[in-house]
Design a protein around this ligand. Structure first.
Ligand code: GAP
Length: 543
Protein backbone atom coordinates (compact mmCIF):
# COMPACT_ATOMS: atom_id res chain seq x y z
CA UNK A 1 0.00 0.00 0.00
CA UNK A 2 1.42 3.43 -0.92
CA UNK A 3 0.94 6.35 1.48
CA UNK A 4 -2.65 6.66 2.65
CA UNK A 5 -2.30 10.31 3.56
CA UNK A 6 -0.19 13.24 2.50
CA UNK A 7 0.33 14.04 6.21
CA UNK A 8 2.39 10.89 6.71
CA UNK A 9 4.64 11.93 3.81
CA UNK A 10 4.93 15.51 5.07
CA UNK A 11 5.81 14.23 8.52
CA UNK A 12 8.43 11.76 7.26
CA UNK A 13 9.94 14.45 5.01
CA UNK A 14 10.27 16.87 7.90
CA UNK A 15 11.52 14.27 10.39
CA UNK A 16 14.16 12.81 8.10
CA UNK A 17 15.56 15.87 6.33
CA UNK A 18 13.84 15.38 2.99
CA UNK A 19 11.67 18.51 2.70
CA UNK A 20 11.23 21.37 5.20
CA UNK A 21 8.74 24.26 5.21
CA UNK A 22 10.63 27.24 3.82
CA UNK A 23 11.73 30.16 6.06
CA UNK A 24 10.13 28.38 9.02
CA UNK A 25 12.05 30.41 11.62
CA UNK A 26 10.17 33.50 10.40
CA UNK A 27 6.80 31.82 10.30
CA UNK A 28 7.22 30.36 6.80
CA UNK A 29 5.91 31.58 3.46
CA UNK A 30 2.77 29.74 2.41
CA UNK A 31 3.36 26.74 0.15
CA UNK A 32 7.11 27.15 -0.29
CA UNK A 33 9.40 24.28 0.58
CA UNK A 34 13.12 23.64 0.98
CA UNK A 35 14.65 20.31 -0.01
CA UNK A 36 16.89 19.10 2.84
CA UNK A 37 20.04 16.94 2.66
CA UNK A 38 18.16 13.80 1.61
CA UNK A 39 15.52 15.59 -0.46
CA UNK A 40 18.06 17.28 -2.69
CA UNK A 41 19.66 13.88 -3.38
CA UNK A 42 16.28 12.36 -4.20
CA UNK A 43 15.15 15.18 -6.49
CA UNK A 44 18.57 15.26 -8.19
CA UNK A 45 18.22 11.52 -8.82
CA UNK A 46 14.77 12.05 -10.36
CA UNK A 47 16.14 14.78 -12.62
CA UNK A 48 19.21 12.70 -13.48
CA UNK A 49 17.03 9.68 -14.39
CA UNK A 50 14.89 11.91 -16.61
CA UNK A 51 17.90 13.52 -18.33
CA UNK A 52 19.55 10.16 -18.88
CA UNK A 53 16.39 8.72 -20.39
CA UNK A 54 15.42 11.64 -22.63
CA UNK A 55 18.86 13.01 -23.62
CA UNK A 56 21.75 10.56 -23.12
CA UNK A 57 19.96 7.37 -24.11
CA UNK A 58 18.53 8.83 -27.33
CA UNK A 59 20.12 9.98 -30.54
CA UNK A 60 17.49 12.55 -31.41
CA UNK A 61 17.70 14.88 -28.41
CA UNK A 62 19.83 17.81 -27.20
CA UNK A 63 19.91 19.55 -23.82
CA UNK A 64 19.58 23.23 -22.95
CA UNK A 65 19.75 25.48 -19.90
CA UNK A 66 18.15 28.82 -20.80
CA UNK A 67 17.97 31.88 -18.52
CA UNK A 68 15.03 32.35 -16.18
CA UNK A 69 14.83 36.06 -17.02
CA UNK A 70 14.00 36.65 -20.66
CA UNK A 71 13.08 39.61 -22.83
CA UNK A 72 9.53 40.63 -22.01
CA UNK A 73 8.60 40.25 -25.67
CA UNK A 74 8.97 36.48 -25.30
CA UNK A 75 5.92 36.56 -23.00
CA UNK A 76 4.06 38.98 -25.23
CA UNK A 77 4.36 36.76 -28.31
CA UNK A 78 3.94 33.46 -26.44
CA UNK A 79 0.54 34.80 -25.35
CA UNK A 80 1.31 34.68 -21.61
CA UNK A 81 0.94 38.44 -21.03
CA UNK A 82 -2.57 38.39 -22.43
CA UNK A 83 -3.89 35.00 -21.44
CA UNK A 84 -1.91 33.34 -18.63
CA UNK A 85 -4.44 34.19 -15.96
CA UNK A 86 -7.16 32.84 -13.69
CA UNK A 87 -10.53 34.63 -13.34
CA UNK A 88 -10.98 35.84 -9.74
CA UNK A 89 -13.98 37.30 -7.97
CA UNK A 90 -14.12 39.11 -4.61
CA UNK A 91 -16.77 38.38 -2.01
CA UNK A 92 -17.94 41.78 -0.76
CA UNK A 93 -19.28 40.20 2.41
CA UNK A 94 -16.38 38.09 3.81
CA UNK A 95 -13.58 39.62 1.63
CA UNK A 96 -12.39 36.23 0.33
CA UNK A 97 -11.18 35.94 -3.28
CA UNK A 98 -12.24 32.62 -4.85
CA UNK A 99 -11.56 31.47 -8.42
CA UNK A 100 -14.67 32.30 -10.39
CA UNK A 101 -14.35 29.43 -12.90
CA UNK A 102 -14.06 26.91 -10.03
CA UNK A 103 -17.22 28.36 -8.44
CA UNK A 104 -19.04 28.04 -11.74
CA UNK A 105 -18.03 24.39 -12.21
CA UNK A 106 -18.79 23.45 -8.59
CA UNK A 107 -22.15 25.18 -8.49
CA UNK A 108 -23.49 24.75 -12.00
CA UNK A 109 -21.99 21.33 -12.70
CA UNK A 110 -20.34 22.19 -16.01
CA UNK A 111 -17.51 24.28 -17.47
CA UNK A 112 -18.31 27.93 -18.30
CA UNK A 113 -18.03 29.00 -21.96
CA UNK A 114 -15.93 32.05 -21.03
CA UNK A 115 -15.59 35.01 -18.71
CA UNK A 116 -18.82 36.52 -20.04
CA UNK A 117 -20.87 33.49 -18.99
CA UNK A 118 -19.26 33.48 -15.52
CA UNK A 119 -20.08 37.17 -15.10
CA UNK A 120 -23.65 36.67 -16.30
CA UNK A 121 -24.06 34.01 -13.57
CA UNK A 122 -22.56 36.37 -10.95
CA UNK A 123 -24.91 39.19 -12.00
CA UNK A 124 -27.91 36.83 -11.86
CA UNK A 125 -26.79 35.86 -8.28
CA UNK A 126 -26.47 32.23 -9.33
CA UNK A 127 -23.00 31.83 -7.76
CA UNK A 128 -22.28 31.84 -4.04
CA UNK A 129 -19.11 32.55 -2.08
CA UNK A 130 -17.76 29.13 -1.02
CA UNK A 131 -16.70 30.54 2.34
CA UNK A 132 -19.76 32.48 3.58
CA UNK A 133 -22.51 31.70 1.06
CA UNK A 134 -23.05 35.34 0.02
CA UNK A 135 -24.06 36.05 -3.60
CA UNK A 136 -22.63 39.57 -3.34
CA UNK A 137 -19.66 38.88 -5.61
CA UNK A 138 -17.72 41.34 -7.79
CA UNK A 139 -17.38 40.91 -11.54
CA UNK A 140 -14.72 38.27 -12.26
CA UNK A 141 -11.41 39.69 -13.52
CA UNK A 142 -8.39 37.90 -14.97
CA UNK A 143 -5.46 37.70 -12.53
CA UNK A 144 -2.14 37.14 -14.32
CA UNK A 145 -0.06 34.36 -12.77
CA UNK A 146 3.36 35.67 -13.81
CA UNK A 147 5.64 37.15 -11.14
CA UNK A 148 6.94 40.56 -12.14
CA UNK A 149 10.40 41.89 -11.41
CA UNK A 150 12.54 44.83 -12.50
CA UNK A 151 15.75 44.51 -14.48
CA UNK A 152 18.44 47.10 -13.72
CA UNK A 153 19.44 49.12 -10.69
CA UNK A 154 16.92 51.93 -11.09
CA UNK A 155 13.19 51.71 -10.52
CA UNK A 156 11.98 53.80 -13.47
CA UNK A 157 8.35 53.93 -12.40
CA UNK A 158 7.28 52.83 -15.89
CA UNK A 159 7.37 49.48 -17.63
CA UNK A 160 10.78 49.88 -19.29
CA UNK A 161 12.62 47.54 -16.87
CA UNK A 162 9.73 45.09 -16.48
CA UNK A 163 10.60 41.40 -16.69
CA UNK A 164 8.94 38.22 -15.54
CA UNK A 165 10.15 35.15 -13.71
CA UNK A 166 9.45 32.52 -16.37
CA UNK A 167 6.20 30.61 -15.75
CA UNK A 168 7.43 27.67 -17.88
CA UNK A 169 10.77 26.55 -19.29
CA UNK A 170 9.26 25.82 -22.71
CA UNK A 171 9.65 29.32 -24.17
CA UNK A 172 13.41 29.24 -23.53
CA UNK A 173 13.49 26.23 -25.84
CA UNK A 174 11.37 27.78 -28.61
CA UNK A 175 13.46 30.93 -28.82
CA UNK A 176 16.64 28.78 -29.02
CA UNK A 177 15.26 26.49 -31.74
CA UNK A 178 17.36 28.15 -34.45
CA UNK A 179 20.54 28.15 -32.35
CA UNK A 180 20.33 24.44 -31.61
CA UNK A 181 19.29 23.52 -35.16
CA UNK A 182 22.25 25.39 -36.67
CA UNK A 183 24.98 24.56 -34.17
CA UNK A 184 24.14 20.89 -33.75
CA UNK A 185 23.39 20.34 -37.48
CA UNK A 186 20.15 18.56 -36.67
CA UNK A 187 17.61 17.04 -39.05
CA UNK A 188 13.94 16.58 -38.17
CA UNK A 189 12.74 14.92 -36.05
CA UNK A 190 14.75 16.08 -33.05
CA UNK A 191 14.02 17.47 -29.63
CA UNK A 192 15.39 19.79 -26.97
CA UNK A 193 15.15 19.00 -23.25
CA UNK A 194 15.47 21.39 -20.36
CA UNK A 195 15.18 21.21 -16.57
CA UNK A 196 14.71 24.41 -14.62
CA UNK A 197 12.79 26.55 -12.21
CA UNK A 198 9.45 28.05 -13.12
CA UNK A 199 7.32 30.48 -11.13
CA UNK A 200 3.57 31.01 -11.02
CA UNK A 201 1.65 33.15 -8.59
CA UNK A 202 -0.84 30.32 -8.09
CA UNK A 203 -4.12 31.34 -6.49
CA UNK A 204 -4.60 28.03 -4.72
CA UNK A 205 -1.24 26.38 -4.06
CA UNK A 206 -1.31 23.38 -1.77
CA UNK A 207 -1.11 19.65 -1.23
CA UNK A 208 2.51 19.90 -0.08
CA UNK A 209 4.83 20.19 -3.11
CA UNK A 210 2.09 19.28 -5.59
CA UNK A 211 1.18 22.88 -6.41
CA UNK A 212 3.61 25.61 -5.39
CA UNK A 213 4.54 29.05 -6.65
CA UNK A 214 8.16 28.09 -7.32
CA UNK A 215 8.79 24.68 -8.85
CA UNK A 216 10.97 22.83 -11.30
CA UNK A 217 9.91 21.62 -14.70
CA UNK A 218 11.42 18.93 -16.92
CA UNK A 219 10.27 19.84 -20.43
CA UNK A 220 10.85 18.51 -23.91
CA UNK A 221 9.98 20.23 -27.16
CA UNK A 222 10.18 17.63 -29.93
CA UNK A 223 10.15 19.04 -33.48
CA UNK A 224 8.67 16.98 -36.31
CA UNK A 225 7.47 17.41 -39.87
CA UNK A 226 3.76 18.26 -40.05
CA UNK A 227 1.99 14.99 -40.82
CA UNK A 228 4.40 13.03 -38.63
CA UNK A 229 3.14 14.73 -35.49
CA UNK A 230 0.41 12.30 -34.48
CA UNK A 231 2.64 9.22 -34.47
CA UNK A 232 5.42 11.08 -32.63
CA UNK A 233 2.89 12.29 -30.07
CA UNK A 234 1.66 8.76 -29.35
CA UNK A 235 5.25 7.49 -29.12
CA UNK A 236 6.09 10.12 -26.48
CA UNK A 237 2.93 9.29 -24.50
CA UNK A 238 4.04 5.66 -24.36
CA UNK A 239 7.69 6.46 -23.63
CA UNK A 240 6.92 8.81 -20.79
CA UNK A 241 4.40 6.42 -19.22
CA UNK A 242 7.03 3.67 -19.29
CA UNK A 243 9.58 5.94 -17.60
CA UNK A 244 7.41 6.33 -14.49
CA UNK A 245 6.57 2.63 -14.46
CA UNK A 246 10.22 1.57 -14.91
CA UNK A 247 11.16 3.70 -11.93
CA UNK A 248 8.66 1.90 -9.78
CA UNK A 249 5.28 3.67 -9.88
CA UNK A 250 2.67 0.94 -9.53
CA UNK A 251 0.61 0.49 -12.71
CA UNK A 252 -2.64 0.76 -10.76
CA UNK A 253 -1.62 4.26 -9.59
CA UNK A 254 -0.66 5.59 -13.01
CA UNK A 255 -3.01 6.38 -15.89
CA UNK A 256 -3.28 8.31 -19.13
CA UNK A 257 -6.14 10.78 -19.41
CA UNK A 258 -7.13 12.22 -22.76
CA UNK A 259 -8.00 15.91 -22.38
CA UNK A 260 -11.45 16.74 -23.67
CA UNK A 261 -11.89 19.28 -26.47
CA UNK A 262 -13.00 22.07 -24.13
CA UNK A 263 -9.97 21.53 -21.84
CA UNK A 264 -7.40 21.87 -24.59
CA UNK A 265 -5.21 24.99 -24.63
CA UNK A 266 -5.98 27.13 -27.69
CA UNK A 267 -2.75 26.00 -29.42
CA UNK A 268 -3.13 22.27 -28.72
CA UNK A 269 -4.35 19.71 -31.22
CA UNK A 270 -4.38 16.91 -28.65
CA UNK A 271 -3.15 16.58 -25.06
CA UNK A 272 -2.85 13.54 -22.82
CA UNK A 273 -2.20 13.96 -19.10
CA UNK A 274 -0.28 11.32 -17.22
CA UNK A 275 -1.97 11.15 -13.85
CA UNK A 276 -0.92 9.61 -10.53
CA UNK A 277 -3.27 8.50 -7.78
CA UNK A 278 -1.97 10.82 -5.05
CA UNK A 279 -3.50 10.49 -1.57
CA UNK A 280 -5.80 13.44 -2.46
CA UNK A 281 -6.96 11.72 -5.67
CA UNK A 282 -5.97 11.33 -9.33
CA UNK A 283 -3.93 14.40 -10.35
CA UNK A 284 -1.69 15.49 -13.20
CA UNK A 285 1.95 14.44 -13.17
CA UNK A 286 2.80 15.46 -16.71
CA UNK A 287 1.01 16.86 -19.74
CA UNK A 288 1.94 15.68 -23.24
CA UNK A 289 0.60 18.06 -25.85
CA UNK A 290 0.72 18.40 -29.62
CA UNK A 291 1.29 22.17 -29.88
CA UNK A 292 1.35 22.18 -33.70
CA UNK A 293 3.37 25.03 -35.25
CA UNK A 294 1.87 27.62 -32.89
CA UNK A 295 4.99 28.53 -30.92
CA UNK A 296 7.56 28.68 -33.72
CA UNK A 297 5.18 30.80 -35.80
CA UNK A 298 4.38 33.07 -32.86
CA UNK A 299 8.09 33.83 -32.32
CA UNK A 300 8.90 34.26 -36.03
CA UNK A 301 9.05 37.61 -37.78
CA UNK A 302 5.83 38.27 -39.68
CA UNK A 303 2.69 40.41 -39.80
CA UNK A 304 1.78 39.32 -36.26
CA UNK A 305 5.30 39.73 -34.90
CA UNK A 306 7.29 42.74 -36.12
CA UNK A 307 9.69 42.50 -33.13
CA UNK A 308 11.39 39.16 -33.81
CA UNK A 309 14.44 39.06 -36.07
CA UNK A 310 14.17 35.31 -36.68
CA UNK A 311 12.24 32.96 -38.90
CA UNK A 312 12.03 29.79 -36.88
CA UNK A 313 11.73 27.27 -39.67
CA UNK A 314 13.52 24.31 -41.25
CA UNK A 315 14.72 23.66 -44.77
CA UNK A 316 13.31 20.31 -45.86
CA UNK A 317 15.75 18.75 -48.35
CA UNK A 318 13.16 16.30 -49.68
CA UNK A 319 10.55 18.94 -50.49
CA UNK A 320 13.20 21.59 -51.25
CA UNK A 321 11.33 24.20 -49.25
CA UNK A 322 11.10 25.74 -45.80
CA UNK A 323 8.59 24.27 -43.39
CA UNK A 324 7.57 25.21 -39.85
CA UNK A 325 7.93 22.09 -37.69
CA UNK A 326 5.15 20.86 -35.41
CA UNK A 327 5.99 20.46 -31.73
CA UNK A 328 5.24 17.61 -29.33
CA UNK A 329 5.68 18.72 -25.72
CA UNK A 330 6.05 16.24 -22.86
CA UNK A 331 6.05 18.63 -19.89
CA UNK A 332 6.71 17.17 -16.43
CA UNK A 333 7.28 18.59 -12.96
CA UNK A 334 10.37 17.50 -11.01
CA UNK A 335 8.68 18.25 -7.68
CA UNK A 336 5.47 16.47 -8.63
CA UNK A 337 7.34 13.42 -9.89
CA UNK A 338 9.41 13.35 -6.69
CA UNK A 339 6.23 13.54 -4.62
CA UNK A 340 4.63 10.71 -6.60
CA UNK A 341 7.72 8.49 -6.15
CA UNK A 342 7.65 9.25 -2.40
CA UNK A 343 3.93 8.46 -2.07
CA UNK A 344 4.22 5.25 -4.05
CA UNK A 345 7.28 4.05 -2.14
CA UNK A 346 5.97 4.79 1.35
CA UNK A 347 4.97 1.84 3.46
CA UNK A 348 4.31 1.38 7.16
CA UNK A 349 4.11 -2.23 8.17
CA UNK A 350 4.13 -4.60 11.11
CA UNK A 351 7.18 -6.83 10.90
CA UNK A 352 6.01 -9.26 13.56
CA UNK A 353 2.92 -9.72 15.72
CA UNK A 354 3.23 -8.10 19.18
CA UNK A 355 2.13 -10.21 22.24
CA UNK A 356 -1.66 -10.08 22.84
CA UNK A 357 -1.22 -8.71 26.40
CA UNK A 358 0.82 -5.75 25.19
CA UNK A 359 -1.79 -4.99 22.54
CA UNK A 360 -4.61 -5.17 25.08
CA UNK A 361 -2.74 -2.69 27.29
CA UNK A 362 -2.14 -0.31 24.40
CA UNK A 363 -5.79 -0.59 23.29
CA UNK A 364 -6.95 0.34 26.80
CA UNK A 365 -4.67 3.40 26.75
CA UNK A 366 -5.94 4.53 23.32
CA UNK A 367 -9.55 4.12 24.51
CA UNK A 368 -8.79 6.18 27.58
CA UNK A 369 -7.29 8.84 25.27
CA UNK A 370 -10.53 8.76 23.23
CA UNK A 371 -12.62 9.23 26.40
CA UNK A 372 -10.39 12.10 27.43
CA UNK A 373 -10.87 13.77 24.02
CA UNK A 374 -14.66 13.39 24.31
CA UNK A 375 -14.62 15.14 27.69
CA UNK A 376 -12.43 18.10 26.69
CA UNK A 377 -14.25 21.37 26.21
CA UNK A 378 -11.23 23.51 25.32
CA UNK A 379 -10.84 21.82 21.91
CA UNK A 380 -12.54 23.04 18.73
CA UNK A 381 -15.53 20.87 17.82
CA UNK A 382 -13.96 19.76 14.53
CA UNK A 383 -10.67 18.78 16.21
CA UNK A 384 -12.56 16.90 18.91
CA UNK A 385 -14.56 14.92 16.37
CA UNK A 386 -11.48 14.16 14.30
CA UNK A 387 -9.34 12.97 17.23
CA UNK A 388 -12.16 10.97 18.77
CA UNK A 389 -12.94 9.18 15.48
CA UNK A 390 -9.27 8.48 14.82
CA UNK A 391 -8.71 7.13 18.35
CA UNK A 392 -11.76 4.82 18.26
CA UNK A 393 -10.73 3.51 14.85
CA UNK A 394 -7.10 2.95 15.86
CA UNK A 395 -8.13 1.15 19.07
CA UNK A 396 -10.40 -1.16 17.06
CA UNK A 397 -7.75 -1.89 14.45
CA UNK A 398 -4.76 -2.70 16.66
CA UNK A 399 -2.23 -4.28 16.19
CA UNK A 400 -2.45 -3.56 12.42
CA UNK A 401 -2.99 0.14 13.18
CA UNK A 402 0.22 0.45 15.20
CA UNK A 403 2.11 2.24 12.36
CA UNK A 404 -0.77 4.72 11.99
CA UNK A 405 -0.81 5.29 15.74
CA UNK A 406 2.88 6.15 15.53
CA UNK A 407 2.19 8.77 12.85
CA UNK A 408 -0.29 10.36 15.26
CA UNK A 409 2.67 11.35 17.48
CA UNK A 410 3.22 14.20 15.02
CA UNK A 411 -0.27 15.57 15.67
CA UNK A 412 -0.04 18.76 17.75
CA UNK A 413 -3.67 18.50 18.91
CA UNK A 414 -3.26 14.93 20.13
CA UNK A 415 -0.14 15.97 22.04
CA UNK A 416 -2.12 18.61 23.94
CA UNK A 417 -3.93 15.83 25.77
CA UNK A 418 -2.08 14.50 28.78
CA UNK A 419 -2.94 10.81 28.38
CA UNK A 420 -1.62 10.83 24.82
CA UNK A 421 1.93 11.13 26.15
CA UNK A 422 1.46 7.67 27.72
CA UNK A 423 -0.03 6.29 24.49
CA UNK A 424 2.92 7.68 22.58
CA UNK A 425 5.49 6.26 25.00
CA UNK A 426 4.05 2.74 24.80
CA UNK A 427 3.37 2.87 21.05
CA UNK A 428 6.89 4.10 20.29
CA UNK A 429 8.43 1.31 22.35
CA UNK A 430 6.32 -1.30 20.57
CA UNK A 431 6.93 0.42 17.25
CA UNK A 432 10.68 0.05 17.70
CA UNK A 433 10.30 -3.69 18.00
CA UNK A 434 7.36 -4.59 15.78
CA UNK A 435 6.98 -2.06 12.95
CA UNK A 436 9.01 -0.37 10.30
CA UNK A 437 8.48 2.50 7.90
CA UNK A 438 10.10 1.79 4.60
CA UNK A 439 10.49 3.83 1.44
CA UNK A 440 10.61 1.28 -1.36
CA UNK A 441 12.18 3.72 -3.81
CA UNK A 442 13.78 2.44 -6.98
CA UNK A 443 17.48 2.01 -6.02
CA UNK A 444 18.45 4.60 -8.64
CA UNK A 445 16.25 7.20 -6.95
CA UNK A 446 17.14 6.53 -3.30
CA UNK A 447 18.96 9.47 -1.69
CA UNK A 448 21.60 7.06 -0.34
CA UNK A 449 22.49 3.88 -2.17
CA UNK A 450 24.61 2.09 0.43
CA UNK A 451 25.06 2.47 4.20
CA UNK A 452 28.03 0.77 5.85
CA UNK A 453 28.09 -0.10 9.57
CA UNK A 454 30.74 -1.67 11.80
CA UNK A 455 29.19 -4.25 14.15
CA UNK A 456 30.97 -2.51 17.05
CA UNK A 457 32.03 1.11 16.95
CA UNK A 458 34.67 0.63 19.64
CA UNK A 459 36.50 -2.07 17.66
CA UNK A 460 39.07 -0.11 15.56
CA UNK A 461 39.63 -2.92 13.03
CA UNK A 462 35.90 -3.08 12.21
CA UNK A 463 35.65 0.71 11.98
CA UNK A 464 38.70 0.91 9.73
CA UNK A 465 37.39 -1.77 7.37
CA UNK A 466 33.88 -0.21 7.27
CA UNK A 467 35.30 3.24 6.51
CA UNK A 468 37.53 1.74 3.84
CA UNK A 469 34.56 0.05 2.14
CA UNK A 470 32.60 3.31 2.30
CA UNK A 471 35.47 5.13 0.54
CA UNK A 472 35.83 2.41 -2.12
CA UNK A 473 32.13 2.40 -2.98
CA UNK A 474 31.96 6.19 -3.02
CA UNK A 475 34.91 6.23 -5.45
CA UNK A 476 32.86 3.93 -7.70
CA UNK A 477 30.15 6.60 -7.86
CA UNK A 478 27.78 4.90 -5.41
CA UNK A 479 26.37 7.36 -2.88
CA UNK A 480 27.53 5.72 0.34
CA UNK A 481 27.44 6.74 4.00
CA UNK A 482 29.14 5.36 7.10
CA UNK A 483 27.16 5.17 10.35
CA UNK A 484 28.00 3.82 13.79
CA UNK A 485 25.59 5.82 15.92
CA UNK A 486 23.37 2.96 17.10
CA UNK A 487 22.76 -0.75 17.33
CA UNK A 488 22.60 -2.50 13.93
CA UNK A 489 18.81 -3.07 14.13
CA UNK A 490 18.21 0.63 14.74
CA UNK A 491 20.56 1.60 11.92
CA UNK A 492 18.70 -0.70 9.49
CA UNK A 493 15.38 0.91 10.48
CA UNK A 494 16.74 4.42 9.95
CA UNK A 495 17.97 3.52 6.49
CA UNK A 496 14.66 1.75 5.64
CA UNK A 497 12.82 4.96 6.45
CA UNK A 498 14.83 6.97 3.92
CA UNK A 499 14.80 4.24 1.29
CA UNK A 500 18.44 3.06 1.32
CA UNK A 501 18.34 -0.18 -0.69
CA UNK A 502 21.54 -1.78 0.64
CA UNK A 503 23.11 -1.88 4.11
CA UNK A 504 26.49 -3.51 4.68
CA UNK A 505 27.63 -4.72 8.08
CA UNK A 506 31.28 -5.37 8.84
CA UNK A 507 31.68 -8.00 11.59
CA UNK A 508 34.41 -10.21 12.97
CA UNK A 509 34.05 -12.74 10.16
CA UNK A 510 34.79 -9.85 7.76
CA UNK A 511 38.22 -9.50 9.36
CA UNK A 512 38.92 -13.19 8.71
CA UNK A 513 37.55 -13.78 5.22
CA UNK A 514 36.93 -10.27 3.78
CA UNK A 515 33.16 -10.81 3.38
CA UNK A 516 30.43 -8.49 4.71
CA UNK A 517 26.69 -8.89 5.29
CA UNK A 518 24.60 -7.30 2.54
CA UNK A 519 21.09 -6.59 3.81
CA UNK A 520 18.37 -5.94 1.25
CA UNK A 521 15.81 -3.25 2.19
CA UNK A 522 12.84 -4.89 0.47
CA UNK A 523 13.26 -8.54 1.37
CA UNK A 524 15.24 -7.91 4.58
CA UNK A 525 17.34 -10.89 3.47
CA UNK A 526 20.99 -10.94 4.47
CA UNK A 527 23.73 -12.50 2.37
CA UNK A 528 27.47 -12.47 2.61
CA UNK A 529 29.53 -10.99 -0.21
CA UNK A 530 33.25 -10.46 -0.74
CA UNK A 531 34.57 -6.91 -0.43
CA UNK A 532 36.02 -6.88 -3.93
CA UNK A 533 32.73 -8.02 -5.54
CA UNK A 534 30.69 -5.26 -3.90
CA UNK A 535 30.96 -2.48 -6.52
CA UNK A 536 29.92 -4.62 -9.47
CA UNK A 537 27.26 -6.58 -7.53
CA UNK A 538 25.63 -3.40 -6.22
CA UNK A 539 25.84 -1.55 -9.53
CA UNK A 540 24.10 -4.46 -11.25
CA UNK A 541 21.16 -4.00 -8.87
CA UNK A 542 20.89 -0.30 -9.72
CA UNK A 543 19.85 -0.86 -13.33
N1 GAP B 1 4.84 24.17 -21.09
C1 GAP B 1 3.65 23.55 -20.71
C2 GAP B 1 3.34 23.66 -19.30
O1 GAP B 1 4.00 24.38 -18.56
P1 GAP B 1 1.69 22.82 -17.45
O2 GAP B 1 0.68 21.72 -17.50
O3 GAP B 1 1.23 24.15 -17.01
O4 GAP B 1 2.31 22.87 -18.91
C3 GAP B 1 3.60 21.17 -16.82
O5 GAP B 1 2.90 22.34 -16.55
C4 GAP B 1 3.94 20.42 -15.56
O6 GAP B 1 4.62 21.30 -14.64
C5 GAP B 1 2.73 19.91 -14.78
O7 GAP B 1 2.30 18.66 -15.29
C6 GAP B 1 3.30 19.77 -13.38
O8 GAP B 1 4.03 18.56 -13.25
C7 GAP B 1 4.27 20.94 -13.30
N2 GAP B 1 3.63 22.09 -12.65
C8 GAP B 1 2.84 23.02 -13.22
N3 GAP B 1 2.43 23.93 -12.31
C9 GAP B 1 2.97 23.55 -11.14
C10 GAP B 1 2.93 24.08 -9.80
N4 GAP B 1 2.27 25.20 -9.52
N5 GAP B 1 3.58 23.41 -8.82
C11 GAP B 1 4.29 22.29 -9.10
N6 GAP B 1 4.37 21.76 -10.33
C12 GAP B 1 3.73 22.36 -11.34
Amino acid sequence: MPAASLESIVSLCKRRGIIFPSSAIYGGLGSTWDYGPLGVELKNNVKRAWWRSVVHERDDMEGLDAAILMNRLVWKYSGHEATFSDPMTDCRFCKSRPRADHLFVAQKGRDPKGLAEINAAITAKELKCPRCGSTDLTEARPFNLMFKTTVGAVETGDDSGLAYLRPETAQGIFVNFGNVLDTMRRKLPFGIAQIGKAFRNEITPGNFTFRTREFEQMEIEYFVKPGEDEAAHQAWIDTRTRWYADLGLRPENLRQREQEKHELAHYAKRCVDLEYKFPMGWSELEGIANRTDFDLLAHSRGPNNPDSIAELRYFDQEQKKHIVPYVIEPSAGADRATLAFLCDAYEEALVKEPPADDIAKLRELVESFARSVDKRDNLEAATKTRLSEVAHQLAAELPGALPRLLSLSEDADANRIEVFKKVRGVAEKMGEEFTRTVLRLHPRLSPITVAVFPLKKNEPRLVEMARGIKAELQAEGLRTVYDDTGAIGKLYRRQDEIGTPFCLTVDFQSLDDGTVTVRDRDTMSQERAGRSELPSALKKRLR
